[in-house]
Design a protein around this ligand. Sequence first.
Ligand code: IMP
Length: 193
Amino acid sequence: MELVFATNNTHKLTEVGAVLGPGYRLVTPRDCGVTEEIPETQPTIEGNALQKARYLYERTGRDCFADDTGLEVEALGGAPGVHSARYATDGHDFAANNRLLLKNLEGQANRRARFRTVIALIVRGEEHLFEGVVEGRIVEAPRGTEGFGYDPLFLPDGHDKTFAEMDAGEKNFVSHRGRAVRRLAEYLHSTNK
Ligand code: IMP
């Protein structure tokens, strides 16, 4: 089965393709002639995932899915949440985002946080949502060099390594995105789609 995945990020394509398995061929928006940036202007993670999937479906008419992720920090009222990519600046400046997060948590005893991914799937016009959550805490200083984004600051519960100290396989096993993609895979496999 062919599915359009709303990303041109090859790292994500490989990660998600590995979980879905050999029965699925992932196609990028660019492969289907969608070269513009797909809008994500909704106030929630679910809203953004759906907005991206609907945009692709309307333009290509093909089965597709989109994901959206946020880091929700308890002491910051759920921030940066849906604004995770652009927390410190308008660009995707991971180092600046991490510095701002540490600054906003200075002197804060409660460092509970979670990553949440929502995947919106549209198959033959029908919409489905899948969620993946991982609970953990924000460490006091960055640790590790793997991964991306807030990985050096996020210590998942039950582990002594931050996401940036894990290899891709270890991270996938516990991560928000890994969990959401496994739910998507279970659904697709169970319906033989
Ligand atoms: P996106 O919705 O997958 O583009 O994620 C939005 C933002 O959340 C990214 O720009 C990162 O800052 C952060 N993020 C998403 N997934 C991860 C992850 O697995 N590790 C660390 N940060 C992440």
